[in-house]
Write a protein that binds this ligand. Structure first.
Ligand SMILES: [Cu+2]
Length: 90
């Protein structure tokens, strides 16, 4: 009985930390030609990270050039989410 409770407690702990890791909602990050990075979240909105690892303002609708030459149009301007992301995974 004691082991069953311990296993249940460990399973709860594991799922709680999995939720914590997943809260950033980050889908992917794309390097830009100018050295900045655009972070694309699961809901399609984007946020900018500057060359020095800081959140950067970029208005929605602005066009960016990816390092591979693709053009990406800014959707949203998620500076706060990028700030949270950089604090979690510096
Ligand atoms: Cu941008």
């Amino acid at each position: 009985m004691k082991n069953v409770i311990l296993i249940a407690a460990l399973a709860t702990l594991a799922s709680t930390s999995a939720i914590a890791v997943g809260t950033t909602g980050l889908d992917k990050s794309v390097a830009l030609a100018d050295g900045q990075t655009v972070h694309i979240f699961a809901d399609g909105k984007m946020g900018m990270e500057g060359r020095y690892g800081q959140p950067v303002f970029m208005p929605a609708g602005a066009t960016m050039k990816a390092a591979d030459g693709r053009a990406i149009t800014m959707v949203g301007n998620e500076t706060a989410r990028v700030g949270a992301l950089l604090r979690i995974a510096p």
